[in-house]
Design a protein around this ligand. Structure first.
Ligand code: GLC
Length: 429
């Protein structure tokens, strides 16, 4: 009996000690609380895996923070739809987003983006290439920190040009002659570009008309798409497919950035219009190694070299509950150090001015000088909240011309009327 009594006393005492032990270790020794932030990013496979590496580095340096990547498909239109439904529903489940330059006024005017002006010093803000102030500022507020700038570039097969003793064509006329000759001899497409009905087509169109000094909306805000210059440019786009037959017929139904790049990397093209990321992928391609050059896109006789200003920047969800942590990650990702890594590994063109003087980068990325050059006549897509409406009109009617369903004159007239109407409707509110 005594033995039993002693035993139960002992059990009670031991249990109390045990519970106190658990309480002490939970209260004092528990690991530091981890904050999770969600970073939403759409990009290609190699880009996503490199971003993951950078994030892992960040988490090691900041043990209290865990970054969850929310990966999206790379085409901009698909990402845009995703954000319309998530940000539109005021989600709190995304903290940082990699956004296309063209969405900034639309998202900012819907109050989906957090203004960032107060978070960075004037000196810091001035360290970015100035063009990003044009695309990232809306109603005088800064809504995204520039991450990578994109410009349309001309990739070409150096080996073919050398073999047939052609120098790099400068005008579209010379370009067509070179394409016709070499594509016939080598059984390759002369020119691969993006003609499917989507945002990439709009970028190509703006470059074609820009290279003839044409515009959609002029500097005073007038819609000027229905012009003789634009008619010449749109005719060329049509003729590359139907008259000269140097671009594949499925340009208007299939060709986007990736599909045109794949054809080029399979050795099926002489020239390719694409963004900076393609440089890196061509360098590591066994078939194309040392055979690819990069240059500015051609221009019309009396026109100018014209590239569209693309790019992806980092913005913060206005409804995020982790803004402090989100900002810290944005600072890290847009630092010159990380941008250099992204440039070295993914051939992303940086947005920090000082990196354009970095000898190692200049050697690795021959297009860097062209990015600087392009900025002189860079084509910024209309920086207005209703850009998507304008883009939808452009995509539809340019594609109708390319697919041979509508006369150029008619398409330009319809686009002029529709864009004017959109502009007036939005002006009325
Ligand atoms: C690239 C550009 C982006 C553009 C898109 C069109 O991703 O960076 O600005 O809207 O291509 O496909």
């Amino acid at each position: 009996m005594i033995y039993l009594k002693f035993n139960s006393k002992l059990i009670v005492i031991l249990s109390v000690y045990f519970l106190i032990g658990i309480w002490i270790s939970y209260t004092f020794l528990k690991p530091e609380k981890t904050d999770e932030i969600v970073f939403s990013v759409g990009a290609g496979t190699k880009e996503i895996s490199f971003i993951k590496e950078i994030i892992t580095e960040y988490e090691k340096e900041n043990p209290g923070i865990k970054v969850k990547l929310n990966t999206l498909p790379s085409p901009t239109d698909q990402q845009h739809h995703y954000y319309l439904s998530t940000l539109g529903a005021r989600t709190k489940n995304v903290d940082i987003m990699r956004i296309d330059t063209i969405w900034i006024p639309e998202f900012a005017s819907a109050n989906w983006l957090e203004p960032l002006d107060s978070l960075l010093s004037a000196e810091e803000r001035n360290s970015f290439i100035p063009i990003t102030e044009k695309t990232n500022v809306f109603n005088r507020n800064l809504y995204a920190i520039p991450w990578n700038i994109n410009v349309g570039l001309l990739y070409y097969r150096k080996d073919f040009l050398e073999k047939y003793h052609f120098s790099l064509p400068v005008t579209w006329k010379q370009f067509v002659t070179v394409c016709e000759k070499i594509s016939e001899m080598e059984n390759v497409y002369g020119y691969l570009w993006q003609g499917k009905q989507y945002e990439g087509l709009v970028c190509n169109f703006i470059e074609f008309i820009g290279s003839n000094n044409g515009q959609i909306i002029d500097d005073d805000g007038n819609v000027v798409i229905n012009s003789a210059k634009n008619k010449t440019a749109l005719s060329l786009m049509h003729d590359l497919i139907w008259k000269y037959k140097i671009s594949p017929q499925n340009t208007y139904s299939e060709l986007m950035e990736e599909s045109s790049r794949h054809l080029f990397q399979q050795g099926k093209g002489l020239f390719l219009r694409n963004w900076t990321y393609v440089w890196d992928l061509c360098q590591e391609d066994m078939l194309l190694k040392n055979k690819v050059g990069v240059s500015l896109l051609p221009k019309f006789e009396n026109g100018s070299f014209a590239s569209v200003c693309g790019g992806w920047h980092l913005a913060m969800n206005a409804n995020s509950e982790k803004k402090k942590q989100a900002w810290k990650l944005i600072e890290f990702l847009t630092s010159a150090e990380v941008q250099k890594k992204l440039a070295m590994n993914l051939s992303w063109a940086p947005t920090r001015s000082l990196l354009y003087n970095d000898a190692e980068l200049i050697e690795k990325l021959p297009f860097l000088l062209m990015v600087e050059q392009s900025i002189k006549n860079i084509q910024v897509r209309p920086n207005v909240p209703y850009y998507q409406w304008i883009s939808d009109v452009l995509q539809k009617y340019i594609n109708k011309v390319l697919s041979h369903q509508m006369e150029i004159r008619e398409a330009l007239k319809i686009m002029q009327d529709k864009i004017e109407r959109i502009k007036n409707d939005f002006a009325k509110g």
